[in-house]
Design a protein around this ligand. Structure first.
Ligand code: NAD
Length: 476
């Protein structure tokens, strides 16, 4: 057993010690062994980091650069991420319990988002109005919002950062990031990556610690102009209250309780693969996990038989990220087993150490059960049957959330009709939830507010100024 990797804060382009509050360790959820040691940040550390970000914002070396040069630096960052991908993926896998290959894919997908933001930056342009009444002309100026607090979750630490950070930087803002206390390694290593790519000191700073001790003083800090929060709905409410106190800009990317709707005319083999992936990928710890299967009654038995065969033949158990997540999932499993018999269960291939969980499918659940309404964040699938399209749409929308939905049908007109009726920020029709940087990431209801990724990303971190010029009167 090696000793845990020791991280300090990354502030002003340097590794820095903390104010005094001490350290905490993060264990590998697959083995239970410590992998990382982090500083516990407090209000004094947040002061130092926000001051560094404020200085970098005021300096001409970042927001004052021509867009083409800032874009070049983001491209250099993407290339540097690829050069460092093994190290980034190793810490990501060790802290989250992801399979190493999956972690590497996520780092590469993250680098692609950096490349996309670099290109999008070149397309941002102001408006010019030359013939306004009274011989006025006017223009819009697009300015960075200011220092952004970037609060990150543990389930996809690098990808979630890549969906936000390069767009925040493209807008000319500077950042203080607070990664999850369970997975801070990739956010910290990124500090060195961006330094090597040539980003000025203070543009990206990272302070580690818990939500209460570190996150709360960060979002309340008067030097922070905007909060980008990705996490649970409960903490989203707390952060929104902090934003209201300071009248700060806010973007909230929260949870989901996402349906996958399978019609009888679907290609049931492809649909079965998608259902399985939808609730087992990342051990079900995805905001877009499709944990509610809605299946047309006439196809239900055939689809469930295909799912059972796949569960028996594939080793799908994975570690959950934390002890408390494991306990939470177990409590829902107990509840499910008290209310209904699991229709099929996967094989637990874990070695006994760590927080391993195998997939379970619950059929015929009481419609009032919390299994159908709570975001569980584990490899649990519930099954409900429908007879008509109307019924399927009503069931799909019967949730406080509205993040993602999948539809499987060979009737594309019906797929599009359903896509319009289901209230969700991302809809996939006959696709295993592929994501593309070109597409925005939104959500209805308790899934959050804001559209940070995609081509709209840069605007989300910009303020628009109107500049109106009175031209000389008289003349032609
Ligand atoms: P969480 O809410 O427990 O923590 C998220 C982050 O917020 C952590 O860094 C935490 O330390 C910090 N935090 C907690 N309380 C805070 C406070 N009062 N002030 C400031 N910061 C605070 O969420 P989690 O368990 O890390 O992540 C899982 C959740 O994230 C799930 O609900 C999931 O659906 C959601 N998520 C959403 C998206 C999306 O794009 N919509 C993506 C990934 C995860």
């Amino acid at each position: 057993m090696g000793s845990p990797r020791r991280f300090d804060f990354h502030i002003d382009g340097e590794w820095r010690g903390g104010s005094a509050a001490g350290r905490f360790e993060r264990e590998n959820p697959a083995t239970g062994q410590p992998v990382s040691s982090y500083l516990r940040g407090g209000a004094a550390d947040i002061d130092v980091a926000v001051a560094a970000a404020g200085r970098a914002l005021a300096a001409p070396a970042w927001r004052g650069l021509p867009a083409a040069e800032r874009s070049e630096m983001l491209l250099a960052a993407a290339a540097e991420i690829r050069r460092t991908e093994r190290d980034l993926a190793a810490i990501e896998a060790a802290e989250t319990g992801k399979p190493p290959g999956q972690a590497l894919d996520e780092i590469r997908a993250g680098a692609e988002l950096w490349r996309f933001a670099a290109a999008a930056l070149r397309t941002v342009s102001s408006d010019l109005h030359l013939d306004l009444p009274g011989r006025h002309m006017a223009m819009t100026l697009i300015e960075p919002v200011g220092v952004v607090a970037l609060i990150l979750p543990w389930n996809f630490p690098f990808i979630v950062s890549a969906e936000r950070l390069p767009f925040i930087l493209a807008a000319g803002c500077t950042v203080v990031a607070k990664p999850s206390e369970f997975a801070g390694g990739s956010a910290l290593l990124l500090g060195d990556v961006l330094k090597r790519a040539g980003l000025p000191a203070g543009v990206y700073n990272v302070v580690t610690g818990t939500g209460e001790e570190t996150g709360a003083p960060l979002v309340d800090h008067p030097g922070v102009a905007m909060i980008s929060f990705t996490g649970s709905a409960d903490n989203g409410r707390r952060v929104m209250a902090a934003a209201a106190r300071g009248l700060k800009r806010i973007s909230l990317e929260l949870g989901g309780k996402n349906p996958i709707v399978v019609f009888a005319d679907a290609d049931l083999d492809r649909a079965a693969d998608a259902v399985l992936l939808g609730f087992t990928h990342n051990a079900g710890q995805c905001c877009i996990s499709t944990s509610r299967l809605l299946v047309e009654r006439t196809a239900a038995d055939a689809l469930l038989a295909k799912l059972a065969a796949r569960l028996r033949s594939r080793p799908l158990a994975q570690p959950l990220a934390t002890r408390s997540q494991y306990d939470k999932v177990q409590s829902y499993l107990d509840l499910g087993k008290a209310q209904a018999r699991p229709s099929c269960e996967g094989v637990d291939s874990g070695d006994g150490d760590g927080y391993w969980a195998a997939p379970v499918i619950f059929d015929d659940i009481d419609p009032a059960s919390p299994l159908l309404s709570d975001e569980i964040f584990g490899p649990l699938l519930t099954v409900q049957r429908f007879d008509t399209e109307d019924e399927a749409a009503d069931m799909a929308n019967d949730t406080a959330y509205g993040l993602a939905a999948c539809i499987w049908t060979t009737d594309l007109e019906r797929g599009l009709r359903m896509g319009r009726r289901i209230r969700a920020g991302r809809i996939w029709i006959n696709s295993p939830q592929e994501n593309f940087p070109e597409m925005p990431v939104g959500g209805f209801g308790a899934s959050g507010i804001g559209r940070e990724a995609g081509a709209q990303g840069i605007r989300a971190y910009s303020e628009i100024k109107s500049v109106i010029i009175g031209t000389q009167r008289g003349g032609a």
